[in-house]
Write a protein that binds this ligand. Structure first.
Ligand code: MG
Length: 268
C-alpha cells in the first residue's frame, strides 16, 4: 500500500467489481439477518462463507497474511468485531447477546476482481448511544462517498468522515485506514478517516491526491464513542479494540470514481 501508483479501472473492469460487490452485499445482508442473541460469530462466518462459495467467489480474508511476522494468516471469511472490538475480530464460539453491536467485514474475489464492505449491526435492542454511533458512522461513510468524484481531493473524503464523527462527539480511528482496491484487496492509495494537522504525516499519506475517473476506493470509517486510540489483541495478533473499551462501529463500501460521480459497487 501507500502512495505508489494507482491502478485505474475501465468501465468493463468496474462491471466485474460490481459483480464481486453484489456478492459482498448479499453476504452482509445475510449476516445482518442472522445476528441475533445466542448466535455465535463462528455461525455467521460459516453461513457467509457458504454463500460466497455458492456464488462462485473466494472469501478474500481467509488466509490473508498478517502484516507482522509470527502471526498466523487470518483464519476466516469474515471479520466479526463485537462491541469494543474495532476491526479484524476472529469469529469464534462467543454467542452474541442482546444489546451487543457487531461489525461484520466481508471481502470477495469473483472472476479475479475484489469487493470489500462492512456494516455494524445491533443485536436485538441496543442502547441509545450505540444506536447513535451506528447512525453517525454510516452517515460519515455516505458523506465521504459523495466526495469520491473526479477533481475532488482525497482529503475531502477523509475530512467528510472526520467532520461527521467529531461533530457528533465521537472520534475516528487513526491506526487503520481505507484503501484502493481492484484485482487486489489492498492497492494504493491509503484512505485516512481524518485529516492530518499541520506537520503530522503518516506513511503512504497522500491528502493532496486528486481523484480521477477509474479509481476504486474502499472507504471505511471506524468510529469510537470514546478516544480514537486502539490496541491489537496480543492473544491472537489480529483483533483491534478500543484502548478505553468504548464501543466502536465500522461501515465500508467499495466505490468507483466515474465521470458521472461516485458509484457504490458493494450493494445489491
Ligand atoms: Mg477494507
Amino acid at each position: 500500500m501507500g502512495g505508489g501508483s494507482i491502478i485505474l479501472k475501465s468501465p468493463a473492469e468496474f462491471a466485474k467489481m460490481r459483480e464481486a460487490g453484489r456478492v459482498v452485499a448479499r453476504a452482509l445482508d445475510m449476516a445482518g439477518k442472522l445476528a441475533a442473541p445466542g448466535v455465535t460469530t463462528k455461525a455467521l462466518n460459516t453461513a457467509v462463507e457458504e454463500l460466497i462459495v455458492k456464488a462462485g467467489g473466494i472469501p478474500t480474508f481467509k488466509g490473508y497474511p498478517a502484516s507482522k511476522r509470527g502471526i498466523p494468516d487470518f483464519p476466516a471469511a469474515i471479520c466479526a468485531s463485537v462491541n469494543e472490538q474495532v476491526v479484524h475480530g476472529i469469529p469464534d464460539d462467543r454467542a452474541l447477546r442482546e444489546g451487543d453491536i457487531i461489525s461484520v467485514d466481508v471481502g470477495v474475489h469473483l472472476d479475479g476482481w475484489c469487493g470489500d464492505a462492512a456494516r455494524t449491526f445491533g443485536v436485538g435492542q441496543i442502547g441509545r448511544k450505540a444506536k447513535k454511533l451506528l447512525e453517525v458512522t454510516e452517515n460519515s461513510l455516505y458523506k465521504a462517498i459523495q466526495n469520491a468524484k473526479p477533481g475532488k481531493k482525497l482529503r475531502d473524503v477523509s475530512a467528510a468522515v472526520q467532520n461527521e464523527a467529531e461533530h457528533n462527539g465521537f472520534s475516528v480511528v487513526r491506526q487503520f485506514v481505507g484503501h484502493g482496491i481492484g484485482r487486489d484487496m489492498h492497492e494504493p492509495p491509503q484512505i485516512q478517516n481524518f485529516v492530518c494537522r499541520r506537520g503530522e504525516r503518516l506513511d503512504g499519506d497522500t491528502p493532496d491526491l486528486i481523484l480521477r475517473e477509474g479509481m476504486a476506493l474502499a472507504i471505511e470509517p471506524m468510529v469510537n464513542i470514546g478516544s480514537w486510540e486502539v490496541l491489537v489483541d496480543k492473544s491472537d495478533g489480529w483483533a483491534v479494540y478500543t484502548k478505553d473499551r468504548s464501543l466502536s462501529a465500522h461501515f465500508e463500501h467499495t466505490v468507483a470514481v466515474t465521470a458521472q460521480g461516485p458509484v457504490i459497487l458493494t450493494e445489491l
